[in-house]
Design a binder for this molecule. Structure first.
Ligand code: TYD
Ligand code: MG
Length: 453
């Protein structure tokens, strides 16, 4: 960097600013994420509207209008967005490289153009031919969608002003750069500057802008977390790259709830919606194996059945091995301590591995009971009835606590052919009877374990 120019250090992970280099970011605790950049004027200053009079008004004097929403043509995406695309909103779609962000947005563009919308897809990563090839793969035949391969922010802005689209996709925000900002494309200053320009475009011209942001594992490219506070909606596209399903999760949404998830499956011809995730998650569940039970977790308003697997075996190490895949490691340790203390299982001399099948991540406390039963089942080498599901939170005294939305969970179990539900006694009272399903209400771990072995 040239001498005399003021520079600052930014954390590429969360955007924390510091006058000197640091090994660990004090804000997000990531290591080695600081990069030196030229100090710029604070981004976002330009958003300030100078035309409107800065006169405070009474809340009662403001007309409330319903935000106008358009369906994206994808039920799953609409649900995560809170009921469709809000016009004039700025939506960030983050995710690991190669997870399917471009594919998802191209499919949305396809649906929207078919619905008669004017869509502009701006790519800074792929050539027109590459996009065409992808479009053909997802069955997009020609169509009216407009494409632009450009990374210069000024030219991109001009193009948007000229074309006046209703929807713009920027793939990706990390490739956009403004010549006036001296740091490299992808740096915190550049990414913030570009986002503030797209914010102006979205709000000023009533255009919905989708920004793609790559989640980066360290390095010189700023991650999407840096701009989470600047946009209206933040969605993360996650999933195991080796598994075919993908989950779209809302992290922030100014126009709806963030509890909802959308489930997709990556196929030969793009992303397909998964209407019934439970069926998908339980695919390949073994019959008659010990250490396996189905749990029910709520994702927003949607119950999802998942298989919990545990493997407990004698350890020959001083400190036994414990791993938890797909759920909280500390929670599993806690539950094992509860089992040891309350049921007298000698787990401290055992290795234990807990896995949520299918590679999905679930952290709801309601899966505690299933984790416990899977551990006991594996410890005792006793296979559980394959038609049983369990849910409930487990406390430190070994009590099984009530959970919300028990009715939905039981209905989902019934829908997928399960016949027995082990659940907290306190939640049973609120349950409306469902035919053909046996409900076992349990108060504590002794009750629960007594019912399965
Ligand atoms: P992509 O959308 O390019 O990911 P991102 O934009 O998040 O980096 O998706 C890349 C992966 O998706 C790639 O590995 C191939 C796979 N894919 C399919 O399996 N089927 C398809 O129809 C398409 C378009 C991609
Ligand atoms: Mg891409």
């Amino acid at each position: 960097m040239a001498k005399g120019k003021k520079t600052v250090f930014y954390c590429q992970e969360c955007g924390y600013e510091s006058a000197k280099w640091m090994g660990q970011c004090p804000a997000c605790r990531e290591w080695n994420t600081f990069v030196e950049e030229t100090a710029e004027k604070a981004p976002g200053v330009k958003i300030a509207r100078r035309d409107a009079a800065s006169e405070p008004v009474k809340l009662s004097g403001i007309q409330s209008g319903e935000e106008s929403r358009t369906s994206s043509g994808s039920v799953e995406l609409d649900r995560v967005l809170g009921g469709g695309i809000v016009s004039g909103s700025l939506v960030l779609v983050g995710g690991d490289p190669g997870i399917g962000k471009s594919t998802l947005l191209l499919q949305v563009c396809k649906n929207l153009t078919q619905g008669g919308k004017r869509v502009l897809y701006i790519s800074g990563e792929e050539s027109l031919q590459q996009i065409k090839m992808r479009a053909e793969r997802i069955g997009m035949d020609g169509g009216e969608m407009l494409l632009l391969c450009e990374t210069n922010l000024v030219l991109v802005k001009e193009a948007i002003q000229r074309v006046k689209p209703e929807i713009v996709v920027i793939d990706s925000i990390q490739t956009m750069y403004n010549e006036e900002v001296s740091s490299a494309p992808g740096s915190v200053s550049q990414v913030r500057e570009s986002t503030s320009v797209f914010m102006q475009i979205a709000k000023g011209m009533e255009i919905t802008v989708f920004l793609v942001g790559h989640v980066t594992k360290e390095g010189v490219v700023a991650g999407p977390r840096v701009l989470e506070h600047m946009v209206d909606t933040v969605l993360y596209f996650e999933g195991d790259r080796h598994a075919s399903y993908r989950i779209l999760r809302g992290v922030k949404n100014r126009f709806g709830s963030t509890n909802e998830i959308g489930v997709f499956e990556m196929r030969e011809a793009g992303l397909a919606e998964v209407e019934n995730p439970s069926e998908f998650m339980l695919d390949g569940k073994p019959e008659g194996a010990s250490g396996s039970i189905v749990a029910c977790s709520m994702e927003g308003t949607r119950p999802i059945l998942i298989e919990i697997q545990a493997l407990v075996c004698r350890s020959n190490m001083a400190i036994p091995r414990r791993t938890a895949v797909g759920t909280d490691y500390n929670r599993v340790n806690l539950l094992m301590a509860v089992l040891e203390k309350r049921l007298g299982l000698h787990l401290s001399s055992c290795d234990a591995y807990v896995n949520i099948a299918g590679g999905i991540r679930m952290n709801e406390p309601a899966i505690d009971l299933a984790i416990v039963l899977a551990l006991v089942s594996s410890y005792r080498e006793h296979a559980l009835n394959g038609k049983t599901i369990a849910f409930g939170e487990v406390g430190l005294s070994g009590e099984v606590r009530g959970v919300s939305m028990a009715q939905q969970r039981v209905s989902e179990a019934k829908k997928l052919g399960f016949t027995t539900v082990i659940m907290p006694q306190v939640s049973v009272k609120a349950l409306e009877p469902i035919e053909g399903i046996r409900i076992i209400g349990v108060r504590n771990l002794q009750d629960a374990v007594g019912n399965i072995v």
